[in-house]
Design a protein around this ligand. Sequence first.
Ligand SMILES: C[S@@+](CC[C@H](N)C(=O)[O-])C[C@H]1O[C@@H](n2cnc3c(N)ncnc32)[C@H](O)[C@@H]1O
Length: 241
Amino acid sequence: MPAVSFSARMTRLTTAIELAFTSPRGFARAVRFRNGPPRLANLVRLIEARKPATIVEIGVWRGETAQRMILAATKHRDGVRYWGFDLFSEGITDEIMKHEVSLPPLDISEVERRLAGLGASVTLIPGDSIETLPATQLPQIEFAFIDGGHSYTTVSADWRNLSGRLAPGAIVVFDDYTNEAAVEHEGYGVPALVDELRKTYPVELLEPVDTFPRPYGTLRTQLALLTFSLEAALADGHSKR
Ligand SMILES: C[S@@+](CC[C@H](N)C(=O)[O-])C[C@H]1O[C@@H](n2cnc3c(N)ncnc32)[C@H](O)[C@@H]1O
């Protein structure tokens, strides 16, 4: 365990140094949130409580939340499997980043290196999740973190493509349930999707709310936790794959 913690700390330091040269916005974020943005601590708490064996993350970015989630899961059980979907640096463009309200990811081999040796089976799937998620064989998923493209089109496709693969009682966490101003000025699609889904599924908006200054005012963002049930899925028109 100490070796893993040291490696995770070194990874964060390396990330901050790299970002200082490549992305001032990313660097400021890395320094302020060297232990991750406060809202994301919920993921570790939920994984420690649920002890899932199968985890999907859509939007891996630099693998930092993936590391935390995998370590939380492997602390409690063997046989943890993690699937991470991302465009990675090979597939991202400035235009996609703007349209999807995204951050610049690393290349897939670097993320693979960061997630190796944490005690889980790790599968990284490069490409647009709208295409790669339906094309990937998955077992029933017990825990999913949806944090890839943030346009309504992408996040709603990610939900549709994942919902038929969820285990009964699975939990799905959406990042970036934001305030209206952020939807209007930056194009976040998560609030509209989550507000639709909460008519069918139990959804809890998790504290804390993280805040970031923006030219238009303040971006307020929090996680939305959806608990999946087959009954609700059938009522919602999804079929089990
Ligand atoms: C906000 S970052 C994810 C942060 C990560 N979940 C974490 O907590 O460390 C969003 C990621 O989604 C990826 N992304 C954006 N649009 C995507 C798409 N259509 N398909 C796959 N990945 C996408 C970006 O490359 C970026 O790495």
